[in-house]
Write a protein of this length. Structure first.
Length: 450
């Protein structure tokens, strides 16, 4: 069964489930929003349904109900490799079924057939100045491909609504197929004196990316990228980047417009750019003491950072209340392959030290490391030393999740998203009325009891 056939089977089931929930339980109250939540970015308020992935606060991200470790274990791998094919991961996320190796390779082959990047995309990247942001290049490159959108063309030709998802899937396969070369082109333009390397279509998705940035002779880096892509592919549909892609897509903007917008959200320092800041902080710690610090020195530096009113990058999470299993997966990889790497050793001293200090402050809900705390260590060890590129690698991976969510939003007929805004005065009036109502109720009770 092909991917589109597999989705077709699921679509009717999900449409029926959604319709039943709307019809029979449409007035069921999920959450009452407080003033504090409104003014703190709607933090923790349920605003989306995400069956592709879900962040369990106590156990971490789950892909289609499976934990990270289960996903790594169950998805198909090439002989001689440790981590799953990205094509199998995409089939799994999009098709809601654990694929065979044959199905995983079908997606890999589909990507290869669609992987040619139009020349105008490279011209867009080349138009940026030498000091241009790599994420801006990435976003602009994706945005430019909107002119190729099969969905947009079909929509103009009066595509029926129930088939919106099919043409969106076509765009999604095209976009994800082209993304590795686009990201590699940006890397080579900015950091390798524009020494571009042509794709090698005999390689799988992750290995071909490694090849195109000059790491083709290092199978270990290719396997690390298979892991990296898997760990960063999705993280619910309510974080800044994924929700932005969904929000733009809800207006029936094509996948290129939607995903470009998602990348712009990912580029912010409070989101995807955090992995860059985490590694830079780790380097400053290392340099401050002239080498791998002791626990005592690390404690001193952590307190210094906190006293300056700053956070410890890579520690804490908006949803998780446990050690991020993605951090654990990367830690296991590093421990196996380069336990003596000095930045890895530094990261481990921080891991042994920071949680207790953060917990003792009484100000954090989660003192444990998230995946950002280890991302840069892995990439730096293999020679990707340019930390301002790390968010592009994040975006390369997250493109899988973005596109899956946009396709499924179309498949189940999610409407345009349009929440309601209030004024400060209206909030004050509502609170005042509520206080008066409570006061009146207390007065009546007092009179009754009297």
């Amino acid at each position: 069964m092909s991917l589109i056939d597999r989705i077709e089977v699921n679509v009717s089931i999900w449409r029926e489930r959604v319709a039943r929930l709307m019809k029979e339980h449409g007035d069921f109250v999920i959450a009452n929003v407080t003033v504090e939540q409104i003014f703190s970015g709607i933090r923790g308020v349920p605003i989306q349904v995400s069956d592709i992935s879900y962040v369990d606060p106590a156990k971490g991200i789950r892909y289609r109900g499976y934990s990270i470790n289960e996903t790594i274990s169950l998805l198909p791998k090439l002989t001689g490799t440790v981590y799953p094919l990205s094509g199998g991961l995409y089939y799994f996320l999009m098709g809601n079924e654990l694929p065979t190796l044959e199905k995983a390779l079908e997606i890999e082959d589909e990507w290869k057939a669609r992987s040619k990047v139009p020349d105008y995309v490279f011209r867009v990247i080349d138009s940026f100045p030498e000091n241009g942001s790599t994420m801006a290049m990435f976003s602009a490159a994706v945005l430019s491909m909107s002119s190729d959108s099969k969905f947009a063309k079909s929509y103009q030709e009066l595509l029926i609504k129930s088939d919106y998802w099919k043409m969106t899937l076509e765009d999604s396969l095209d976009l994800t197929a082209r993304t590795p070369q686009i990201c590699a082109y940006i890397y080579n333009k900015k950091y390798r004196n524009n020494q571009q390397i042509e794709p090698d279509l005999s390689l799988d998705y992750a290995a071909n990316f490694a090849h195109m940035i000059g790491k083709g002779d290092d199978p270990q880096y290719a396997d690390m990228m298979r892991l990296f892509i898997l760990l960063h592919a999705d993280h619910e549909n309510a974080n800044v980047s994924a929700h932005t892609a969904h929000l733009v897509g809800s207006a029936l903007s094509d996948v290129y417009l939607s995903c470009s917008a998602g990348l712009n959200g990912l580029a912010g320092p409070l989101h995807g750019l955090a992995n860059q800041e985490c590694f830079n902080w780790l380097v400053k710690l290392y340099d401050y003491f002239g080498g791998v610090p002791t626990k005592e020195q690390t404690e001193e530096y952590i307190h210094k950072t906190l006293d300056e009113g700053k956070v410890i990058p890579g520690y804490g999470h908006a949803v998780l209340r446990c050690i991020d299993p993605r951090f654990e997966a990367e830690r296991v990889f590093a421990q196996k392959h380069f336990p003596d790497d000095e930045y890895f050793r530094t990261a481990m001293v921080v891991f042994e030290t920071a949680p207790d200090i953060l917990k003792a402050t009484g100000k954090v809900k989660n003192q444990w490391p998230n995946v950002d705390a280890m991302n840069g260590v892995l990439q730096h060890h293999y020679g990707i030393t340019e930390s301002d590129y790390y968010t592009v690698l994040f975006g390369l991976s997250r493109m899988l999740g973005f596109t899956c969510h946009v396709v499924w939003a179309r498949a189940v007929g999610k409407p345009i998203e349009r929440p309601k805004a209030l004024t400060t005065r209206s909030l004050e009036a509502m609170i005042s009325e509520d206080i008066e109502s409570i006061s009146e109720l207390k007065t009546k009770k007092a009179e009754t009891s009297g």
